[in-house]
Ligand binder design. Structure first.
Ligand SMILES: [Zn+2]
Ligand SMILES: [Zn+2]
Length: 784
């Protein structure tokens, strides 16, 4: 038990951290759209002299759990290349501000590149960003239409699509050329997966700097109005005549910085190799180049990179070009904070909080003739001011450091020891000794994927070879990868069905990736692929159909079971659905799979699963306290209930149609549930929600990657003490906020002469229900 030994070894260090207060200084809120106002002030006539600073940074290095995405920075603009699931979460964790994105470039209409785009767009809309331009494959327009089937009209943000056939795009930083590349010979059926779009980006020439001292030495009228035209001329490379003397630009000006280029190209399979290698536009940037190519970013599997034709093509960019590879052989940890918290939690209980899998480097094909650099999360290549690789931001995941940090926290080690003693002395878990069902929480946060908590998903392993997913928010597959590592294909192979509670983005936008990755998993397991039953509101069908018909084939992976058909007493509309339900029950050994409407948005469901061995599992989805759920869930063995908000925020909970902690616990009591696990916490409680007095030995808090079975209830409910020690700083900060809010509320009530005045000092707004469109000006709350 290495962890426990280190607890003892590092005990003496515990006192040191005592004096450091956990309170952080609060900064005044920044204006997220400051850059747009600056741009407006400059006016249309403003002509930039080319950017001083430009770098490319790897957001996602191409691994199976994160995909490939690239962020490009200049002092004027920010760009994103590809936006798969989880990219927004990584940008949040690594402080790459989405509010500053002007342009998103997509290399191909495939879920691996666009899966995170729906969530990203919702976030950009909330930020108030007036416009964002999407460039790439022709299906993008249709993709946006498809998103609207669940997001509602995307009012308030101007989403322009610049198809690949549009002329080049130019802004303050660079000119971007889109190059369509059509696959040969491998034309698959469907929505033209044979097209990828590559991007050649040419930085503007940066004009030289005017050398003031030199100019003074030469007697030029520095400091007077007469100098302006002289500066303008020499910066443009023209010589000037001053008092009869010709002055060459190089005498008083540094040389201009040439217009370097970089290339982003996806080559997903061998069918694209020839079209890439023979492409005429690329040829213009090879050999005697129009602009020297400083960097080529390859989103391509190893087998493409190893192809001799592709290698020759790479060589033709010349010895000065650098090559960056983003693909599945990358072994970089991306979700550092997730690893950190799990490492620390596993000190408390390594079975309930099993350490996450770290990606291991896959076989690389050796003998590349062109030196290439493998992508790592946050690796940078700087184009200006100096061309160089920069590794200072690259993530270093050091579990020893996380452990040491936790062990230095006051009272942590003591509370862990007390906890272990209490668990040892407590009732022996699970008399029947069954490990199943095993519940793995994959996403326990609401609304937006954040660094500590991803959005809703819970895996129920009914037996070693049968499982169900309850909700499936963006990034669920990535969470599965990080939880199971190399086992992920086996786990996908056990998946018998997915339950989608309602159509808010935080509950279903991870579904398509699960379907696509399951197809791959079954193939690798040598098993036939059959459609996966998905129990969901019928409205899901519209999204799946639109995406299928306009973007990428997907429907053959799904058999939709309308959630309403599983309501008590509901009529099953067709023998086909009847058959699907029957085989689902049989596959999972379930006696019953029931749903009920809950109090959230329209068409929101909870569900209850009754196993033939007698256990009953109830899941609330998102809801206010709901009598129908109480009735359906009577005597549940386990209730998994949302607890979005802390006690005291009942009014906000009603506005957002969610539950508070005590309300969720109350539902469990009324249901006579054996145990209640709380989940779907507002992201304002980043690490841990505020504990309420209602906590007892029948209540537990879910964390991402937490793994429990019914026998763990005593072990789970006792976790609160060590959790309080681990998160003391955060809890203190949150309680401080709560107190301040209380004072503000009281003051506002005094001023307005009524009780229950506006919160946070802001004028009270009647917020629209989540599924209704909202006016762009209102301080919006994302439907969650
Ligand atoms: Zn919701
Ligand atoms: Zn939600």
């Amino acid at each position: 038990m290495w962890a426990f030994r280190s607890v003892l070894l590092l005990r003496s260090a515990a006192g040191r951290a005592m004096s450091q207060g956990p309170a952080r200084r609060q900064r005044p809120p920044k204006d997220p759209l400051r850059h747009l106002r600056t741009r407006e002030k400059r006016g249309a006539a403003w002509e930039p002299g080319g950017p001083n600073t430009v770098y490319l940074q790897v957001v996602a290095a191409g691994g199976r759990d994160v995909g490939a995405a690239l962020y490009v920075f200049s002092e004027y603009n920010r760009y994103l290349f590809n936006c798969g699931e989880g990219v927004q979460r990584l940008m949040q964790e690594h402080k790459l501000k989405v509010a500053r994105l002007d342009n998103i470039f997509l290399t191909r209409m495939h879920w691996c590149n666009v899966g995170g785009l729906c969530g990203m767009i919702l976030t950009l809309k909330e930020t108030g960003l007036p416009k964002c331009v999407l460039s790439g494959p022709p299906q993008l327009e249709k993709y946006l239409e498809a998103i609207k089937t669940f997001s509602g009209p995307l009012k308030g943000i101007d989403l322009a699509v610049r198809p690949h056939s549009a002329p080049e795009y130019k802004d303050e930083t660079m000119t971007v050329f889109q190059i369509p590349i059509y696959s040969v010979g491998q034309r698959k059926r469907g929505r033209d997966p044979s097209l990828v779009v590559a991007f050649v980006c040419k930085l503007h020439v940066k004009k030289g700097n005017f050398l003031v001292l030199k100019a003074k030495e030469l007697g030029l009228p520095v400091g007077t109005a007469a100098i302006a035209p002289i500066i303008a001329a020499v910066k443009d490379g023209r010589s000037v005549t001053y008092e009869g003397r010709e002055i060459l630009p190089e005498e008083i000006c540094t040389p201009p910085d040439p217009g370097l280029a970089f290339v982003v190209v996806e080559c997903p399979d061998e069918g694209f190799i020839r079209p890439v290698c023979e492409n005429a536009t690329f040829k213009r940037y090879q050999g005697n180049a129009e602009a020297p190519v400083a960097l080529v970013v390859h989103m391509a599997p190893e087998r493409v990179l190893a192809d001799s034709r592709y290698q020759q093509w790479m060589e033709r960019f010349g010895p000065a070009a650098q090559h960056l590879v983003l693909n599945e052989s990358c072994s970089s940890v991306h979700n550092l904070r997730s690893h950190k918290i799990q490492t620390q939690l596993s000190l408390i209980h390594p079975d309930i909080f099993p350490p996450l899998a770290t990606p291991c480097r896959q076989e690389e094909v050796p003998a590349s003739r062109v030196p290439t650099v493998r992508g790592e999360c946050l690796l940078k290549y700087q184009l200006r001011p100096r061309r160089e690789w920069q590794r200072d931001a690259v993530i270093n995941c050091n579990p020893e450091e996380f452990i040491a940090e936790a062990l230095e926290l006051p009272n942590f080690q003591e509370s862990v020891q007390e906890y272990r003693k209490a668990v040892r002395d407590g009732p022996t878990p699970a008399e029947n000794g069954s490990q199943y069902p095993e519940i793995v929480f994959l996403g326990t946060g609401s609304a937006i994927p954040m660094k500590i908590r991803n959005v809703s998903a819970t895996l129920v392993n009914i037996s070693p070879d049968r499982s169900l997913l309850l909700d499936c928010g963006e990034g669920t597959f990535g969470q599965l990868c990080r939880h199971y590592g190399d086992e992920v294909d086996r786990v996908l192979g056990t998946l018998a069905a997915v339950f989608v509670s309602h159509l808010h983005a935080d509950h279903h936008t991870g579904l398509l990736n699960i379907l696509l990755q399951r197809e791959r998993a079954l193939a690798s397991l040598g098993r036939p692929c059959h459609p996966l039953p998905v129990v969901a509101p019928t409205q899901l069908r519209a999204w799946l159909q639109q995406y299928h018909h306009q973007c990428q084939r997907i429907l053959h992976h799904v058999s939709l079971i309308p959630a309403k058909c599983l309501q008590k007493g509901a009529e099953v509309p067709s023998p086909e659905v009847e058959r699907l339900i029957g085989s689902l029950l049989e596959a999972c050994d379930l006696g019953e799979f029931q749903t009920c409407l809950v109090r959230h948005c329209k068409h929101a469901f909870g569900c209850a699963l009754v196993h033939t061995s007698g256990w009953k599992l109830v899941y609330s989805g998102d809801t206010m306290p709901c009598e129908a759920l109480v009735q359906m869930g009577k005597d549940a063995t386990l209730l998994i209930h949302e607890a979005t908000l802390e006690d005291g925020l009942e009014e906000e909970a009603v506005e957002k149609t969610h539950s508070t902690t005590s309300q969720a616990i109350g539902v469990g009591v009324r249901m006579n549930a054996g145990f209640t696990m709380l989940t779907h916490f507002s992201q304002r409680y980043a690490k841990v929600p505020l504990f309420s007095p209602g906590f007892n030995d029948k209540v537990g808090i879910a964390f991402d990657h937490m793994k429990v079975c019914f026998g763990d209830s005593a072990t789970v409910s006792k976790l609160i003490a060590p959790l309080q020690a681990l998160f003391a700083g955060d809890i203190e900060e949150m309680e401080g906020r709560r107190e301040k809010r209380g004072v503000r509320l009281a003051r506002a009530a005094l001023l307005s002469g009524e009780v229950g005045g506006p919160e946070d000092g802001a004028p009270q707004q009647k917020r629209a229900l989540p599924e209704q469109p909202q006016s762009p000006q209102s301080k919006k709350v994302r439907a969650q």
